[in-house]
Design a protein around this ligand. Structure first.
Ligand code: CP
Length: 304
């Protein structure tokens, strides 16, 4: 059962739909590893709109479409009329006549929602200030590969309650994971999402890093200042001092705890160099899994 048109927020997906995406991602990963052709999107074109910089999202979507026998087209707002004020509803209707799907990375969640409302083709959220659902699908795939399951595990996120944190709450609660957020006061995740998580799952948000990390199976962090917050860097350095995954935090977690980071990392700030390198295999598996998780999303939304 999979009748979603778009991929905008994990909170809109059922646990069964998320599980189906993860199963397909694992299957597609195996096929790629074995060199088995899987041209499930032959002749299809994905438009990619990037209003923020990207390495992983850009490359993994482009390679993903190539692997699936399709084509990806980079649409820079600098070169599009969208960047000169053409309304999103007109852009959506025009692109729907040429393309089979759109991936967009932008600032406002509302812009992605509006693009999806006016498009007759699937729209995929490649990151907004509110959510990063593609990242979290790769995160869940990585945890499942390393730990053999998701339900019942505890994930502790240390740092800024921004887009990645919001999507982690949705993805982890939907898959039966316990969530512990360690965020400084004023930098907590979305309040509505936290209220939902407290009702639906096992959820805690605290300013105390060690309390959040105690017994966790997965530790996760992100940069202190995300794209678009560069002019807040000095204030954030002060607010986030101590919100770091270091040896003491790893020691507080469960034995054999994984450490994840969505990248790029600022080593020495949100994570120490030593912890990053000790867990580099998990972190780069996580980066690789962007490719496999997104291929599953593309096939589910754009496949026949
Ligand atoms: N994690 C992530 O979204 O990476 P990019 O910004 O490089 O796409």
């Amino acid at each position: 059962m999979f009748d979603q048109k778009d991929f905008l927020l994990l909170s809109e997906y059922s646990p069964e739909e998320i599980a189906a995406l993860l199963d397909l991602a694992a299957e597609l990963k195996e096929m790629k590893r074995n060199g088995e052709p899987h041209a499930l999107l032959a002749g299809k074109t994905l438009g990619m709109i990037f209003e923020k910089a990207s390495t992983r999202t850009r490359v993994s979507f482009e390679v993903g479409m190539y692997d699936l026998g399709g084509h990806a087209l980079l649409l820079s707002p600098r070169d599009m009329q969208l960047g000169r004020g053409e309304p999103i509803e007109d852009t959506a209707r025009v692109l729907s006549r040429y393309l089979d799907g759109i991936m967009i990375r932008t600032f406002e969640q509302e812009k992605v929602e509006q693009l999806a409302r006016w498009s007759s083709i699937p729209v995929i959220n490649g990151l907004t200030d509110f959510a990063h659902p593609c990242q979290v699908m790769a995160d869940l795939l990585t945890i499942r590969e390393h730990k053999g399951r998701l339900a019942g595990l505890t994930l502790c996120y240390v740092g800024d309650g921004f887009n990645v944190a919001n999507s982690l709450i949705a993805g982890c609660v939907k898959t039966g994971m316990k969530v512990r957020m360690a965020c400084p006061s004023g930098y907590e995740p979305d309040p509505d999402l936290m209220a939902w998580a407290a009702e639906e799952g096992d959820f805690l948000c605290t300013p105390d890093v060690m309390a959040a990390a105690a017994g966790a199976d997965v530790l996760y962090t992100d940069v202190w200042a995300s794209m678009g917050q560069e002019d807040e860097a000095a204030a954030r350095e002060k607010a986030f001092a101590g919100y770091q995954i270091n040896q003491a935090v790893v020691a507080a977690a469960a034995p054999g705890a994984m450490v994840l980071h969505d990248l790029p990392a600022h080593k020495g700030e949100e994570i120490t160099f030593e912890v990053f390198e000790a867990h580099a295999r998990e972190i780069f598996d996580q980066a690789e899994n962007r490719l496999h998780a997104q291929k599953a999303i593309l096939v589910k939304l754009m496949g026949n």
